[in-house]
Design a protein around this ligand. Structure first.
Ligand code: PMP
Length: 387
């Protein structure tokens, strides 16, 4: 296991602690990053003063948007999946390999950046209803982006299934250089292991092990599972709480053990779609990365789009923090948990959550709906935000 008292060589220790390579130390002896990989991880923790004051608990946020390749927690996952695939011989530098992935955007952007640094090509399949900033960014990073109609996971044209097929077609085509590699962030366990080996230990060190709850949403589930697997053995009393957007089935799974009520299961709604403007979190199926830590998740909080937009405005108004939709969902859930703690006489409890990406990536969708923040005259109360 990672030696938590070591503050500077976390990643190289993580490598030594495992036979599998997910992370290396991407710095030279002077501590200078030897490539963009060295800008991944070791993100700061910020106290959200306004939310802490309003709730009576300490609410801290891990600034994952400050990862320096693709600017989200997916940087850790992209690097981990590529390192592991290289170790397994599935990806070979200079062979002309292409990495294929199905993603709503963040993982694609991180993969596109790390691929460029490592000499691979990236081919990203994504639904065409996501904010256009993300597909624009992919193109600027030199990736190929194939945008398809949103569809259920049982549909062959669905973006994840399409990426899997495109990778196979590449490998089977003698006219294409190298091989196609399907990264498969939903099922590839290098995803949660990245968070287990880096994000979780970082949070432990930054809080000196003093935390009462960890709150996060789940897209693939890699973050919540990996952090829970790292922290629960060290902190058995820690509460791990899922922040789930409207329309996602994970809340029901955690609360009641089933994803759908019988009427929903019988109904005609597209069961695999999440009906929310929040991108990146909320799903209606169980992935291997979510299942890896599901037994460690204690509770779930459901967050409506309306609450998420109010929280996003609050964070600008009170903190000058401009975050994306999933970060806002996380903060609503963290504040809800804080209020609960306080009502149980546990004021002063410490809650850690995640700021996943910047609002810059959500201008044309989430922030368009949330509107402009109205200067000095706007003064939201916690009741406005949480209801
Ligand atoms: N926030 C954003 C913006 C994301 O894109 C994702 C992942 N798709 C997440 C949060 C959730 O992370 P995870 O996949 O680790 O559950």
């Amino acid at each position: 296991y990672v030696r938590l008292e070591d503050h500077t060589r976390r990643k190289s220790l993580a490598v030594k602690s495992s036979n599998d390579v997910y992370f290396g130390d991407e710095h030279d002896n002077d501590g200078i990053a030897t490539g963009i990989e060295g800008l991944i991880g070791d993100t700061p923790l910020i106290k959200l003063k306004s939310l802490s004051d309003a709730t009576g608990c300490d609410i801290l946020a891990k600034c994952e948007y400050l990862n320096g390749a693709g600017n989200s927690p997916k940087d850790r996952v992209a690097l981990s999946m590529i390192n592991h695939a290289e170790q397994e011989g599935l990806l070979v530098p200079d062979r002309g390999d292409t990495i294929y992935e199905g993603t709503v955007g963040s993982t694609g952007i991180s993969l596109a950046a790390v691929c460029r640094a490592r000499g691979y090509k990236a081919y990203i399949c994504m639904p065409n209803d996501q904010a256009s900033e993300k597909s624009d960014l992919l193109l600027k990073l030199g990736a190929t982006a194939e945008r398809v109609k949103p569809a259920s996971i049982v549909d062959q044209g669905q973006f994840v299934n399409l990426a899997r097929r495109r990778a196979q077609e590449h490998t089977d085509d003698p006219n294409k250089p190298g091989r196609g590699f399907f990264a498969d962030q939903f099922e590839n366990t290098a995803n949660y292991i990245a968070h287990q080996q880096t994000t979780g230990p970082e949070i432990y060190e930054q809080t000196h092990g003093r935390l009462d709850a960890f709150v996060a949403g789940a897209g693939t589930g890699g973050t919540i599972s990996g952090v829970a697997l790292a922290l629960k053995p060290l902190l058995p009393k820690l509460k791990v709480i899922l922040a789930d957007p409207q329309g996602s089935g994970l809340y029901n799974k955690i609360k009641y053990g089933v994803m759908f009520s019988s009427t929903e299961a019988e109904g005609t709604r597209r069961r695999h779609q999440v009906d929310s403007i929040v991108e990146g979190i909320g799903v209606n199926r169980l992935t291997r990365n979510f299942e890896a830590g599901i037994h460690l998740i204690d509770d779930a909080v459901k967050v409506s789009d309306e609450r998420a937009m109010m929280m996003a405005r609050w964070l600008v108004e009170k903190e000058g923090l401009f975050v994306g939709a999933s970060s806002a969902v996380n903060c609503v859930a963290a504040a809800t948990v804080a209020r609960q703690f306080r009502s149980e006489g546990r004021a002063g409890a410490r809650i850690v959550t995640v700021l996943c990406d910047s609002g810059n990536r959500h201008l044309s969708k989430f922030w368009k709906a949330a509107g402009d923040v109205g200067g000095a005259e706007e003064d939201l109360s916690l009741e406005d935000v949480l209801g």
